[in-house]
Design a protein around this ligand. Structure first.
Ligand code: SIN
Ligand code: FE2
Length: 204
């Protein structure tokens, strides 16, 4: 069986239940200020099965014009809400990077949503890792290689787990094969939230 590429770190159960609940409240406030929107794949025009929003100075968006970071919400035109302190602290604790994250992408998965294998490569600062937090229902996460999607290995991510993609695996292919519905009671109406913290620009 393939071992995870070096630089991929899975930290199961890093956040206890209370920290998870506090983060959900933070995200609730973010979504109130910056409603979830439906991203579109630039070439095909097909909508993602995942809904998204962002917090922090920059947010990742996808529409007919392409994939990019921008300082405002694509629908409301307002700046993204600030990055919650709890997420700044998590980044300081786990990223090993001396500059703060600039973007937190909030992905919301309903029962049948998934995310195809891809690289996170819209950032110019590849020295900083990508730090991702799982909340709510569990999922089957898949990690491939930097050179391409295969060979790949899948493993389950549960609420409170953290994944760090850094170092030589900063550009590793990854995706979400499926959600396991009703596996968590954290979110009142079910589903899975993934928070992805990223540094976008090389320096301030
Ligand atoms: C992503 O790669 O954008 C999302 C990963 C995840 O949902 O765990
Ligand atoms: Fe990603």
């Amino acid at each position: 069986m393939m071992v995870l590429p070096r630089g991929v770190r899975h930290i199961p159960g890093h956040l206890d239940r209370d920290s998870q609940k506090a983060l959900v409240e933070d995200i609730r406030a973010v979504v109130e200020a910056a409603p979830l929107f439906q991203p579109i794949m630039p070439r095909s025009g097909r909508p993602f099965s995942v809904k998204m929003t962002n917090c922090g100075p920059l947010g990742w968006v996808a529409d007919r014009k392409g994939y990019r970071y921008q300082p405002h919400h694509p629908v409301t035109g307002r700046p993204w809400p600030p990055m919650p302190g709890r997420l700044m602290a998590l980044w300081a604790e786990l990223s090993g990077h001396d500059q703060p994250p600039e973007a937190c992408l909030v992905n919301f998965y309903r029962d049948t949503a998934r995310m195809g294998l891809h690289q996170d490569k819209d950032e110019s600062d590849l020295g900083a890792p990508v730090l991702s937090v799982s909340l709510g229902d569990s999922c089957l996460f898949r990690v491939g290689q930097v050179a391409g999607p295969s060979p790949s290995k899948s493993f389950r991510l549960d609420s409170g787990d953290i994944v760090v993609l850094g170092g030589e695996s900063r550009l590793v292919y990854h995706g979400v094969d499926r959600i396991y519905p009703d596996t968590s009671t954290l979110l009142k109406h079910g589903g899975r939230i993934n928070l992805t913290l990223r540094r976008v620009n090389a320096s301030d």
